[in-house]
Design a protein around this ligand. Structure first.
Ligand SMILES: Nc1ncnc2c1ncn2[C@@H]1O[C@H](COP(=O)(O)OP(=O)(O)OP(=O)(O)O)[C@@H](O)[C@H]1O
Length: 705
């Protein structure tokens, strides 16, 4: 049997020798073909050298990756062997080769090396004769294959995927899938045979598009929220330089709905454990703390808002709302922390809208009265929709500006009048620098997911906003910060933007939602993929969010799952904004059962019917874990989270996980202790008012948590 192994770049050479060694030691494997960018294979065990066939150069890597992945995509072995044969014989034309390079956009998943064990054996018939000639393969004639815009039109045989270019990972058995680029990974069962192997039928396959980042879209200067973020390990755009840069796309988002049913039907209905919120201990510290409200009716919110609250299906305020609403109404600054899915958005929007209605400030074009900043575009859109529903029927105008979209459309909206502006920081600063937006009238600055907004990734953008010459002094504005997690070091940083603030915590700072059942499996990275399918089979796939660490793995897994019975899409920072929104819409509507996501979707997103969150890759930060699993089990509903614990890579987070599990009353997996645990990042969660200025004022009896 001939086994195929490939490494894609020199950074992977480290694990390479071990891989080759372990591959070779498996008795059934007689030969290993190695495609390397350099001749680094020298370190391979010499006794196996006779079994190793070497090919050098990036093209070989791309090609073999393509072949390798083709196999996963169910191209028959005979097809692969034919391709390989042709290739090795130097008879393959560039045109034909391109046909297979189509797959390259999905072959670079981080865990791809694991496939060596699962799929590395290509099952070539042992009598396949390949004339391996290392030197003869040095010249490819295809260098730069990844640099330009690749066209993968019409060559079929390989199944394209997706539909209409909008969202990827869909099957299209009709073969008509011309839809504008960027969809990627389309399946086209009837792809035109452009001369490839085994192609048949008609239609246009391809699509590709790939990753590669999309800086400079529409001339935006935004940065931070652009690429999404992966737990502070943001993959830089075009990092591997192997794939074409995504074309800029002028995306104009659809107009928000005016249909009341849609507007008010978007929220999650409160669940069976909603009443348990009342038992969560609340602590408030600071000077002259306003008393909490008991219900919406006596909250002092304007009647119109109360009517809209009712239309939203809210009958009782959650603890964060009971305590925040009076603080904000009384024009105090606030740093607030409450568990995921407990209604923080309404806790700041309702009193701000009410105050603005009362104060009736004069409006100046481009000078909003309140600015809400969110770390991700999708969260900004969600807050925008929430604000629209609470302000519906009033004179308060809500606007949104966020990256990945046409600037003109958004600036036009802002210039039509804007009382409350929801923004991602990059686009906000871009608009400020173009003088579309000023902060002279800005009475409220809200940082949603405040700890994220103040961490290293976003802090410079936030400082830019706060230090803008037009920004009102902190004494003349209210600054409000909300999150489910608030590490002490971030609280320290936050202090400089706040004045005489109230510090409010519902439950334990950074604690996980107790309505989420948390399960763990010990899974090595080599087994994650099959485990994922097993878990989906067991639990049902509908409403499952799967978190992975890298954008490429998100794409890769989505493409693999789409080959199964689970309709799957993905969201991450390298997808076009149109695709991101479409992916979310498809997941929300149920058209897609599974959403594979990077951490760009970890915070804030409030999606109905998310039944299950799977951490395919456990995040290294416990806060990140808390946010991710908080996509389920919201407003008193029960949810389930399953995490794959990789003993090789996840030791460092064990102690923090143990604390989180203990606090949430969840069982601790036995293998946590068996594997010995790791060091805990001491202040990773928990905490109290860092000002330590006197006794916390317990507003409600403290109960066991
Ligand atoms: N008083 C209430 N009664 C019933 N439902 C509510 C109430 N307040 C908010 N909700 C609903 O609860 C859901 C979660 O609210 P929200 O998104 O504001 O949570 P959050 O605390 O901001 O969560 P996260 O930390 O994940 O951002 C939303 O669907 C919202 O409409």
């Amino acid at each position: 049997m001939l086994s195929l192994v490939s490494v894609s770049n020199s950074t992977e050479v480290g694990w390479f020798s071990c891989l080759v060694y372990s591959t070779l030691t498996r008795k059934s494997i007689q030969s290993v073909v190695v495609f390397l960018p350099t001749s680094t294979v020298a370190g391979t065990e010499t006794k196996h050298r006779h079994k190793v066939f070497l090919f050098q150069g990036a093209l070989r890597c791309s090609f073999l990756n393509a072949v390798f992945r083709s196999q996963l995509l169910n191209i028959s072995d005979s097809t692969i062997s034919q391709i390989l044969f042709e290739f090795l014989k130097h008879k393959m034309s560039k045109k034909k080769l391109n046909n297979f390079l189509y797959f390259h956009s999905l072959v670079m998943a981080d865990d791809w090396e694991v496939d060596n064990s699962e799929a590395g054996g290509s099952n070539f018939a042992s009598n396949d004769k390949f004339d391996f000639d290392e030197n003869a393969n040095q010249t490819s004639g295809f260098e730069g294959e990844d640099g330009g815009t690749r066209k993968y039109e019409g060559r079929g045989g390989n199944r394209g995927r997706g539909r209409g270019g909008s969202n990827g990972y869909r099957r299209n058995d009709d073969g008509d899938d011309n839809g504008g680029g960027g969809g990627g990974y389309r399946r086209n069962r009837d792809g035109e045979d452009g001369g490839g192997f085994g192609g048949r039928g008609r239609g246009r396959g391809g699509g590709g598009g790939g990753r590669g980042g999309y800086k400079n879209r529409g001339g935006d200067r935004e940065n931070n929220e652009e690429g999404g973020f992966d737990n502070n390990n943001r993959e830089e755009d075009g990092e591997d330089g192997e794939e074409p840069r995504k074309k800029a796309e002028l995306y104009i988002p659809p107009e928000p709905t005016e249909n009341e049913e849609e507007m008010y039907g978007s929220g999650i209905s409160s669940g069976i454990n909603f009443e348990k919120y009342e038992k969560i201990p609340v602590k408030v510290t600071g000077e002259n703390i306003p008393a909490p409200i008991k219900d919406f009716e006596s909250s002092g919110l304007r009647d119109l808002i109360l009517a809209n609250v009712k239309k939203s299906g809210y009958t009782v305020p959650t603890p964060i709302q009971k305590n925040s609403i009076p603080v904000i109404k009384e024009k105090r600054d606030l740093m607030a922390c409450a568990q995921t899915g407990s209604g923080k958005t309404a806790a700041f929007l309702l009193p701000i809208i009410s105050n603005l209605m009362e104060d009736n400030f004069e409006s100046t074009v481009g000078s909003p009265h309140a600015v809400v900043i969110s770390p991700t575009r999708e969260l900004a859109i969600q807050i925008f929709n929430e604000a629209r529903k609470f302000a519906h029927g009033s004179c308060i105008k809500i606007c949104i500006v966020y990256g990945g979209t046409g600037t003109k459309h958004q600036s036009d909206n802002v210039l039509k009048g804007c009382n409350i502006l929801i923004a991602t920081p990059g686009r906000l600063n871009d608009f400020v620098s173009r003088d579309y937006i000023r902060f002279d009238d800005c009475r409220y600055v809200v940082l949603d997911e405040a700890d994220r907004m103040l961490d290293m990734g976003f802090l410079p953008e936030v400082e830019k906003v706060m230090d803008n010459p037009t920004m009102r002094d902190r004494a003349d504005r209210q600054t409000l910060m909300f999150s489910a997690t608030f590490p002490e070091e971030i609280q320290n940083l936050a202090g400089k933007f706040l004045k005489d603030y109230v510090f409010l915590t519902v439950g334990i700072v950074g604690g996980a939602c107790t309505d989420v059942e948390q399960n763990f499996y010990e899974v090595s990275k080599f087994k994650k993929r099959s485990k994922l399918i097993e878990v989906l089979e067991e639990n049902g796939a509908v409403g499952t969010m799967v978190f992975v660490d890298t954008k490429r793995n998100a794409d890769f897994l989505a493409s693999i799952l789409s080959e199964t019975k689970f309709p799957t899409t993905s969201i991450h920072g390298d997808r076009m904004q149109r695709e991101r929104e479409q992916a979310l819409a498809d997941f929300k509507s149920g058209a897609m059962q599974v959403l594979i996501a990077t951490s760009v979707a970890a915070r804030g997103l409030d999606i109905k019917n998310v039944a299950h969150v799977i951490n395919y890759d456990l995040p290294s930060s416990i806060d990140e874990y808390v946010h991710r699993i908080g996509r389920t089990g919201r407003v008193g509903n029960r949810g389930k989270a399953t995490s794959f614990f990789d003993p090789e890579n996840n030791q460092a987070v064990i102690n923090d996980l143990v604390k989180i599990l203990t606090q949430a009353g969840q069982p601790i997996p036995e293998f946590f202790t068996a594997t010995g645990g790791g060091s805990s990042s001491s202040n990773a969660f928990g905490g109290s008012d860092i000002r330590n200025n006197g006794q916390p004022q317990a507003l409600e009896a403290e109960e066991e948590w």
